[in-house]
Design a protein around this ligand. Structure first.
Ligand code: DQA
Length: 148
């Protein structure tokens, strides 16, 4: 199946951005690792990063036309603000897992609110780049309909 990973604002700076919080892996390294894992399991994974809310919303809309079966979404700062991106995901009704490198619940109180968690199949946070890998494993298990 086709999967898409969406990365929100400032994640293009991974590697140099607050490495104590987000780790030293770059976004390109994370994406390459994910697509290799997906391909090895017989799936295909594309990725998209934007700092712009409208671009993310439009990428979600396009996903439906493209037949994307599953999304991994790190809304980054938009996690705590974006009704529009939430509404886009609800509109296309493609199942998604919410991903965070850090554990938002262990940080500032404003990060405890997510506009996405209640719509998500599940949430993986706090494991650095591994959060994406764990989310991908869960997504593929679901797509392959293997029972846990
Ligand atoms: C983040 C957590 C958010 O609170 C923050 O705004 C980010 C990254 C994470 O992956 O840990 O930009 O989504």
């Amino acid at each position: 199946a086709k999967l898409l990973v969406l990365h929100g604002p400032n994640l293009n700076l991974l590697g140099s951005r607050e490495p104590d919080v987000y780790g030293r892996a770059t976004l390109a390294e994370i994406d390459a690792d994910l697509s290799a894992r997906a391909e090895a399991a017989g799936h295909a994974l594309a990725s998209f990063q934007s700092n712009a809310e409208h671009a993310l919303v439009e990428r979600v809309h396009a996903s439906r036309e493209e037949g994307i079966a599953f999304l991994l979404v790190n809304p980054a700062g938009f996690t705590h603000t974006s009704v529009a991106l939430r509404d886009a995901l609800a509109a296309v009704a493609i199942p998604f897992i919410e991903v965070h490198l850090s554990n938002p619940h262990a940080r500032e109180p404003f990060r405890a609110t997510s506009y996405f968690s209640d719509l998500a199949v599940g949430v993986v946070s706090g494991f650095g780049p591994l959060s994406y890998g764990l989310a991908l494993a869960a997504a593929m298990q679901r797509l392959d309909r293997r029972d846990p």
